[in-house]
Design a protein around this ligand. Sequence first.
Ligand code: FAD
Length: 417
Amino acid sequence: MLIVGAGPAGSATAIRYLKNASHLKVGLADKSNFPRDKACGDGLGPGVVSVLNSLEIDFAEIPSVHPVHYAEVHGIGGISFSTGLEEANLDASHGLTVRRQEFDDFLRQKAIDIGALWLSEHRFVGYEPKGNMLQVHLHNQQTDQNFITTCQLLVGADGASSRVRRQAGISPSSSKRTGIGIRAYTKIPTEWTDRIIISYEEQLLPGYGWCFPFSNGTANVGCGMVVKDYQQLRPDLRELLAQYLEILADRGLQCSEPTDHSIHILPSGVLPKLIAERTALVGDAASMINPLSGEGIVYGMTAGMLLADSTTKALLKKESSDTETSPDTETSPDTETLHLALRRYEKQFRSRYSAHFRSTYLAQRMLRSKTWTHIFLKGASNDHKTRGAGIDLMFGDGRITPYSSARALWKAIKQKP
Ligand SMILES: Cc1cc2nc3c(=O)[nH]c(=O)nc-3n(C[C@H](O)[C@H](O)[C@H](O)COP(=O)(O)OP(=O)(O)OC[C@H]3O[C@@H](n4cnc5c(N)ncnc54)[C@H](O)[C@@H]3O)c2cc1C
């Protein structure tokens, strides 16, 4: 099998397949030379800690890793409150911040250590079916040569502008369901490094901002909004970020001049089709980003694990006519067997996350409005349960229910801060 893209989704997929069956042939190709940077907030919710634990990966080995236990939310009308990340109701009670350059390279290396075949600077170009296999075209950027390989399963983990997705005939996310974000690095006083900050300040709406700290007194700061709003408002994102840092200063957090600006898109909100013939999508390639928090890594890594768990057996299934190979040797399963296994992956991912993504999309649409932002933040600042439901939506598997919405409204209207 071939995985295109060695971000967290692709590497987690490779690791899980190889942990399920160490003799599977797993190719991991990326157009970049690693370590490579990726525009991100560098914030990993408690879900990623759970995923790393279940992959038996000791993240403490990563130099910049920094545990964070609570989130502080700032918003319209001077509202500010903090809440523990354990409210996300996951196995782990804390999140992490970590430089993506280090995190992604660390995971990629783990995949190689347990047997993935690494294809550095190999750009995926296209594929077509060939018998019971796929014929995949790659371009080796080091040698400037085209290269054809065959595989029984192609995994598109190639990020927000996925070429695998396009080639599989799955249309990209619409501008209403895609975000755009800018991140930069800054220095902050060390007493602010114990929390992540998420901001719904009036000047940032219809978008939001974040400040995610590292233990060494640096922080990742950024802001983002939906592409459709961006196209209408045409803000200068660097200017918006500078304004955000002034707002943080007014709240007592002095940041130094930001550096290393980087802008990227975040396809999110509603899941597309996750599979096509002998092809599966994971991570940003399948728009697996929470539009409310911008978190995407947890869904991509979870998708990789579900995909591997659903299909490993089918990939190992010995063709009945094949008497030469030993049982459990990787062979090309018939299309129907693999398709059923791929459908199991899609079904499992959807049953866990479809309603969650619909809820986060709805919440994000409402938080573009000043009135609704004010109401929900006021409700949350007055009520522990509403804060918990918010954290569960942002960093867990939470859903909006009639009860949670009514409770937030009630707490906003009836109680004083
Ligand atoms: C500004 C911003 C802030 C964010 N903040 C956070 C955050 O704090 N926490 C969080 O969890 N998520 C955050 N996200 C989302 C997060 O970055 C993504 O969800 C995550 O990177 C998805 O991982 P992935 O492995 O699917 O894709 P990626 O990390 O994008 O990896 C895709 C890989 O595919 C490779 N590739 C692409 N095309 C090809 C090709 N044709 N051939 C070969 N290789 C190819 C790329 O080089 C890349 O290495 C943020 C996103 C943005 C833009």
